[in-house]
Structures are given as structure tokens and as C-alpha cells.
Ligand binder design. Structure first.
Ligand code: NAD
Ligand code: DAU
Length: 327
């Protein structure tokens, strides 16, 4: 697998090693978003870490040659970063996916591609529709367009070369080990540090929150039972607007619900994402386990409270970067 030192990837490593007998090899470049502290207490005989770039064709080829399956999580993942400097997003998300596709094609290895609901663009706040796998792609940011492009590469490699691949597009994840640049960890660690949470614009934007373990359980299900060439949307009916999320965090942490600041909005800010996961539920029998967002949020707050050494080294750099852009 790739990207195993990141947020979702590291939780996937723990998930797979706890729930299966499989062995896992992680290829990860350890960018600012990779954290080896997320990969401790793992069974040494079933886990190996390789530091390297998915764009390194030779390295990727040598690792894929020995794998039964490849799950591709590695990416530049943050929209705000993609607005400041799109180049690494083009390189890692597009060329990196190409590099993996060529290796799995050469060695005929099963491939699962991790992607995002943002490839579909956004929905109006009052639109009754949700994203379905048939919906046309309409990405908004350099991040989401690079992910959309990577999905299209996978589809082409399936059709033209018979690569045995599946794709999943998931909504916003929350849970332990998420980088403090992201919305929920940023606000939790702000409150811990006595900094007021920062809401972009009016904060009416809606995200469809899913616990990272539910995402990873779905990925494992697709890897085991998914139909080759198919796209599965992963979501747990967790729509909440950003203002409400900040109020929930403040209240859960014993602060007044209005103790936050409005800051500059994100350019091109998507309004609403919403996933229709019927295909995943009906075809593969997947169900989310974490259906109570407030309980999941409380557990996540507790994780950041008790794992300060995990996030502390990242915090000042992230806040300085946001401050420079009035966010
Ligand atoms: P993350 O930023 O936390 O982690 C990304 C990982 O990839 C890091 O460990 C980083 O070191 C590694 N990486 C980056 N460039 C690399 C390269 N060139 N070679 C090797 N490794 C490299 O990301 P995340 O939030 O865990 O997201 C993982 C995947 O899930 C991404 O593909 C993302 O698009 C997708 N996704 C994320 C969410 C979400 O809410 N976070 C939702 C849906 C889909
Ligand atoms: O939908 C899936 C996507 O979810 C993934 O593909 C991305 O990798 C992941 O980063 C996430 O993208 P978002 O842009 O939705 O997540 P982010 O955590 O950056 O922001 C969530 C919402 O909160 C968004 O509407 C912007 C807003 N926000 C964000 C930050 C960091 C704030 O209001 N204040 C903040 O400080």
C-alpha cells in the first residue's frame, strides 16, 4: 500500500493488521503529512515500511512485483495547499498514479484506488440530490481536479489494458491521526492551545462526515468483494455544516458555543458534498459502525488531548501558514 504514514493510510494499516492475517508493506515518501509516530506497536513480522516516492518508477515496480494487491492512498490531500502551490498535486496525484498503474499492469496485480467525493464538484445547500457513481465529474480545486484526473487514468487502464482495478470515492473523514491542518483537528488543537477556532466565511458549507474506520472497513470490503472496473461511493449519511461542527467542538470541550472567529473564505469553496452509498450497501453489504457523530467527535477530541506529542511538532508551522493568509 501507499501513503501508510498519512491519516487514513495509517489507520488502514492498524485496521488490516488487527482484523486479518495479511502482511502489509507501506511505501510512503514521508512528506510533511507523513508521521512515523502513527505506525508504532505493529507486528514486525507482518509489517514493513519503505521510505520512497510513488513517482520513482523503478522502486514502485520492484515492490509491486512482490505484492498480491496494491491499495493506493498516497496523495497530496489538502485543498488549501493546492491553492497555494498546485505543482506537487499534479506530480504526486497524477504522475504517481500513472507510475503505480504501469507497475500493476506489468505484474498483473489487483489494484484499489482511493479517491474523493470532491471529483463531483459541489451541490447546492437545498438540493435533494446526493452524489452517485453515475454523476459527471466537475472538480473545483487543483486538489480535486488532480484526483479526478487520477480516477480517469485508472478507468482507462482498466478498459485499455485490462488492469484489475476498483475505485472508491469517499466523503470527509474524521478520527485519530489526522494532520492538524485539517478542519476538525485544527479546531480541537486550537481550543487546547487557547486559540479561538477559525471558521471560513459564513460556515454554511456542508461536509458529509464519516469515521476513518468506517472508510477503511469499506475499502477492505471492496478489495475483497468489489467488482473489477467498478466505482463505489463511501459515505455514512453524516451531513453537518461547518458552523455546527465548530459549535459542537466548543461545547464538547467546555467552551461557549460562539467562542470562534470568522476568517477569510477559501477561494472557490465547495458548498456541499453528500454521498449516496446505496451501491456499496446493497451490493457488498457494508454498513457504517460509527453512526453517532457526537460520540465519534468526543472520542476524537479525547485522542488529541491524550496524544499531544503526536501533533505538537506540526501545530506552530500550520498556524503560521494560515495566519499569513488571514485564516
Ligand atoms: P494525508 O495527507 O494525511 O496523507 C498522505 C500520505 O501520502 C502521507 O503519509 C504522505 O507522506 C504520503 N505521500 C504524499 N506524497 C507521496 C509520494 N509522492 N510518494 C509516496 N508517499 C507520498 O492524506 P489522507 O487524508 O490520509 O488521504 C489519503 C487518501 O484518501 C488520499 O488519496 C485522499 O485523496 C483520499 N481521501 C481523503 C479524504 C479525507 O477526508 N482525508 C476523504 C476521501 C478521500
Ligand atoms: O470530501 C473529501 C475531502 O475532504 C478529501 O478529499 C480531502 O483530502 C480532505 O482534506 C477533505 O477536504 P475538505 O476541503 O472538505 O477538508 P478541510 O478539512 O480542509 O475542510 C473542511 C471544511 O472546513 C471546508 O468547508 C473548509 C472548512 N474549514 C477548514 C479549515 C482548515 C474551516 O472553516 N476552517 C478551517 O480552519
Amino acid at each position: 500500500m501507499t501513503g501508510g504514514a498519512g491519516f487514513i493510510g495509517s489507520n488502514f494499516v492498524h485496521h488490516v493488521l488487527e482484523r486479518t492475517d495479511d502482511s502489509v508493506v507501506v511505501l510512503d515518501k514521508l512528506t510533511y503529512a507523513g508521521n512515523m509516530a502513527s505506525l508504532t506497536d505493529l507486528p514486525a513480522q507482518r509489517f514493513r515500511f519503505v521510505k520512497g516516492d510513488i513517482c520513482d518508477r523503478e522502486l514502485v515496480d520492484s515492490l509491486v512485483a512482490k505484492a498480491d494487491a496494491v491499495v493506493h492512498f498516497a496523495a497530496e490531500s489538502h485543498n488549501d495547499n493546492s491553492l497555494n502551490n498546485p505543482e506537487p498535486f499534479i506530480q504526486t496525484n497524477l504522475y504517481g498514479t500513472f507510475s503505480l498503474l504501469e507497475a500493476v499492469r506489468r505484474h498483473d496485480v489487483r489494484y484499489h484506488h482511493i479517491s474523493t467525493d470532491e471529483v463531483y464538484g459541489d451541490l447546492e445547500l437545498d438540493d435533494p440530490a446526493k452524489f452517485t457513481p453515475e454523476r459527471a465529474y466537475n472538480p473545483s480545486s487543483p486538489y480535486s481536479s488532480s484526483k479526478a484526473g487520477s480516477d480517469l487514468l485508472v478507468r482507462a487502464w482498466v478498459r485499455s489494458f485490462g488492469v484489475r482495478a476498483t475505485i472508491s470515492n469517499c466523503s470527509n473523514n474524521y478520527g485519530p491521526r489526522q494532520h492538524v491542518e485539517k478542519f476538525i483537528p485544527r479546531q480541537i488543537t486550537n481550543v487546547i492551545d487557547g486559540i479561538r477556532p477559525k471558521l471560513y466565511g459564513a460556515g454554511l458549507n456542508i461536509r458529509d462526515w464519516i469515521h476513518v474506520d468506517d472508510h477503511n472497513a469499506a475499502v477492505l470490503t471492496i478489495l475483497e468483494k468489489g467488482r473489477i472496473g467498478e466505482t463505489y461511493l463511501i459515505g455514512a449519511d453524516g451531513e453537518v455544516d461547518n458552523k455546527t461542527v465548530i459549535e459542537k467542538i466548543l461545547q464538547a470541550m467546555g467552551q461557549p458555543a460562539d467562542a470562534y472567529d470568522h476568517v477569510n473564505d477559501r477561494p472557490g469553496h465547495d458548498l456541499r458534498y453528500a454521498i449516496d452509498a446505496t451501491k456499496l450497501r446493497d451490493e457488498l453489504g457494508w454498513r457504517p459502525h460509527y453512526t453517532d457523530f457526537d460520540a465519534g467527535l468526543a472520542a476524537t477530541i479525547e485522542w488529541y488531548r491524550t496524544n499531544e506529542s503526536w501533533w505538537r511538532p506540526q501545530k506552530a508551522v500550520v498556524e503560521a501558514k494560515y495566519a499569513a493568509q488571514g485564516q
